[in-house]
Design a protein around this ligand. Structure first.
Ligand code: PMV
Length: 338
């Protein structure tokens, strides 16, 4: 009798070229491609158990049952898709109709703009596909994870990752793949957790609002597509100077698009702005760093390995008595089955 359960770990990722905008909200198809770094150590460990006694999918996150409809909907989209693949492949496997209990644990502050849905959904897609005995290709898994949360499709892969916008209406070409393994470039990511509270507005809500009301939305998409090449090239050539410039520009333009929505989406706190200035100051003094910020107040300072200790020392002084936490990590491997 096969066991209908499995566990997986998936890491968080930080986008250097941001995904911001959906061309198809149901399939989570992006208006633009994106490039990220999969980060070591921090992520979600998720166990999925298909259970015939359940009437609905259940999510227990960090020991507490989640009842938020938006979050439950995300996990059921991924699980429904997998149940449907399983029922066509093995018509006699009863668990294809069973609901699942999903037990997930994050080892970082949840919903703090640290891509918690990315690692959680990537771990879910991998664990659930294994629990059902489905041997899916990395592309198919990426497509599935994308349905639950766009940026999750990148957390499956190692190191430096690109998610292609894709052209097809069914989304089968809108998947991520690794550009380079983690060993390609020894960078460090210093994550400054300015505020560990869940963000006030979800990424999906933010993207919809920006698309519907920001007068700069179209310009953002054009600029986001145009920066993919320079960011990809800077990573390939390990050109930190070029990457700093292109990644900061991309981040600020994404936030300019969010800020210019109506009502305005201002994810930043005063400490976020102070850290932008601090990163610029460090760089002017010769410390190799740049900043990037996802849809929340937290700032990720990326440094070269040679300058990471200096950057960290500066940040520790800067953050003293502020209550902000500092997490250090580096490029890492993608999701894996436990
Ligand atoms: O995948 P979502 O729906 O959580 O959206 C992520 C959006 C950003 O974090 C702001 C950018 C990105 O590419 O990760």
């Amino acid at each position: 009798m096969p066991k209908y359960e499995a566990s997986a770990f998936a890491p968080i990722n930080i986008a250097l070229a941001k995904y911001w905008g959906k061309r198809d909200a149901r399939l989570n198809l992006p208006t633009n491609g994106s490039i990220s770094i999969t980060l070591d150590k921090f992520g979600s460990t998720t166990r999925v158990i298909f259970d015939e006694t359940l009437e609905a999918d259940v999510l227990v996150l960090n020991g507490e049952e989640v009842r938020t409809p938006e979050t439950l909907r995300k996990i059921s989209i991924v699980l429904d898709e997998l149940r449907s693949i399983a029922s066509t492949r093995f018509a006699r496997v009863p668990c294809a109709r069973w609901r699942a209990r999903v037990l997930s644990q994050n080892n970082f502050p949840t919903a703090a703009g640290l891509a918690s849905s990315a690692s959680g959904i990537a771990a879910l897609a991998l664990a659930a596909s294994h629990a059902l005995g489905l041997k899916l290709t990395p592309e198919r898994l990426s497509e599935l994870a994308r349905r639950g949360s766009g940026s999750a499709c990148r957390s499956l892969f190692d190191g430096f990752v690109e998610w292609k916008r894709g052209e097809l209406a069914n989304g089968s070409d809108s998947v991520a793949a690794s550009l380079h393994p983690a060993s390609h470039w020894d960078l460090r990511a210093l994550i400054v957790v300015v505020d560990a509270e869940p963000k006030s507005r979800s990424s999906t809500g933010g993207m919809t609002s920006a698309r519907n009301s920001s007068p700069f939305f179209q310009s953002w998409i054009e600029s986001a597509q145009a920066t993919l090449g320079p960011i990809r090239d800077a990573i390939a050539a390990r050109n930190f100077h070029a990457l700093s410039r292109a990644a900061e520009e991309n981040c600020l333009r994404m936030h300019a698009c969010a800020i210019s929505a109506s009502p305005s989406l201002l994810y930043w706190k005063p400490a976020t702005v102070a850290l932008i200035h601090e990163a610029r100051k460090m760089r002017a003094e010769g410390v190799e760093v740049f900043f990037t910020i996802d849809a929340g107040p937290n700032v990720v300072i990326v440094a070269t390995a040679a300058h990471a200790a200096a950057a960290r020392a500066r940040l520790e002084v800067f953050l003293k008595n502020s209550g902000a936490a500092l997490l250090e990590t580096s490029p890492g491997r993608g999701a894996y089955v436990l």
